[in-house]
Write a new protein. Structure first.
Length: 371
């Protein structure tokens, strides 16, 4: 089988969606299939829409690949909405997210209409989560589909229960945010939540130095922000200003982007992986952190609930709910609970399909479509 993998931008980009695309490409090749990667516009959404002016030419180029099936990353949907009706090759949408969910107001409405049109032009779809499939089918996506979720075994950490318990006893409470520092990821809400730890809770007290108490034991904490700060510098400045205004800037470290080895080192030292996104279509970073026995503080919006059991292997909080964030972090100040939830997180990671298993489901589906 020959697969044309159509993406927006550079497949070697560091984001989770592109990592998924690379794993899919490599698994297809491992199973003896030919893969041709076709890269379309990525600079901006309007620039992608402008591809409609050359839709016939792009359709001819995609058909010229000679593929048995075109697998189209959903992030390329603005470029493809006018192309697919002209393509003769069978098409499968590869949806990492519902793009309109990451936007607001009239922009969200406009993107949703374009996205809806794109989904009506494909023959089948592969989704990263059941939540993504439900949302897409409500927009008119084809019923022929499969869910092939991301896996968490990129680092394949060898972490024992004893090591998780030993780390849980260490202080301070190490909280890590991992992701591009953009508004959708909710770092502002996390910083607000952490700042409330300094002010204590209704039943606790604060010593004014970053320690609060709810049951007679002090809580010490530190937040490390790992991720690209160049995507939205104005947002980063707002978060830094909020931390300074709250008097906690000294407790927050921004590392910028790190390579995989450095990320793994950070997760080995982390108690809590906190990314309270406004929308997280799956949340691969949560699952990867769970492999290290880190407790995920994840969002209720998206696919995280499919592998995070709230209150058992992690916590799910609504977007922008700083009170809930502070409350869940206070609960993890109980080091026995931290150890139990870290162990449960590791067990959930071990029960989840590997990348090979998940990508095989996608490849099997492509073979069916091609036939």
């Amino acid at each position: 089988m020959h697969v044309g993998l159509v993406i927006a931008g550079d497949i070697d980009d560091g984001s989770g969606g592109f990592y998924y695309d690379r794993r899919l490409r490599d698994r297809l090749r491992d199973r003896g299939h030919e893969v041709t990667v076709a890269s379309l516009s990525w600079e901006s959404y309007p620039r992608q829409l402008a591809d409609a002016l050359r839709a016939r030419r792009i359709a001819t180029q995609l058909d010229a690949i000679g593929a048995d099936v075109l697998v189209e990353d959903g992030l390329a949907h603005p470029s493809l909405v006018a192309v697919n009706p002209r393509v003769e090759t069978p098409t499968v949408a590869l949806l990492h997210m519902i793009a309109s969910r990451a936007r607001a107001g009239l922009v969200r409405y406009g993107v949703r209409q374009i996205e809806r049109r794109f989904l009506s032009t494909v023959d089948a779809a592969v989704y990263n989560a059941e939540a993504t499939r439900r949302a897409a089918e409500a927009m008119g996506a084809p019923e022929r589909s499969v869910v092939a979720p991301p896996a968490g075994d990129r680092f394949s950490p060898d972490v024992s229960t004893a090591a998780i318990r030993e780390r849980a006893a260490e202080r301070p409470l190490e909280i890590t945010f991992l992701g591009n520092v953009v508004e959708r990821k909710g770092l502002d809400a996390l910083v607000e939540g952490v700042s409330r730890l300094d002010r204590g809770s209704e039943s606790g007290r604060s010593d004014g130095g970053g320690r609060s108490d709810t049951d007679g034991r002090s809580v010490d904490y530190r937040l490390t922000v790992v991720g690209d700060t160049d995507r939205d510098p104005a947002y980063v400045d707002r978060v830094r200003d909020a931390a300074a205004d709250a008097g906690i800037a000294g407790r927050i470290q921004f590392t910028g982007r790190l390579d995989d080895d450095a990320v793994a080192d950070r997760l080995r030292e982390t108690h809590v992986l906190a990314v309270p996104s406004r929308y997280e279509p799956f949340g691969m970073v949560y699952l990867e952190a769970m492999g290290f026995g880190c407790v995920p503080l994840a969002t209720t919006v998206g696919g995280a609930a499919e592998f995070v059991r709230d209150g058992e292997s992690g916590f799910l909080v609504a977007p922008e709910d700083a009170d809930a964030i502070a409350d869940r972090l206070r609960r993890l100040a109980d080091r026995e609970r931290l150890a139990e939830m870290g162990t449960a997180a590791r067990q959930a990671y071990e029960a989840w399909p590997t990348w090979t298993e998940s990508m095989d489901d996608a490849v099997d589906f492509f073979e069916e479509v091609a036939r």
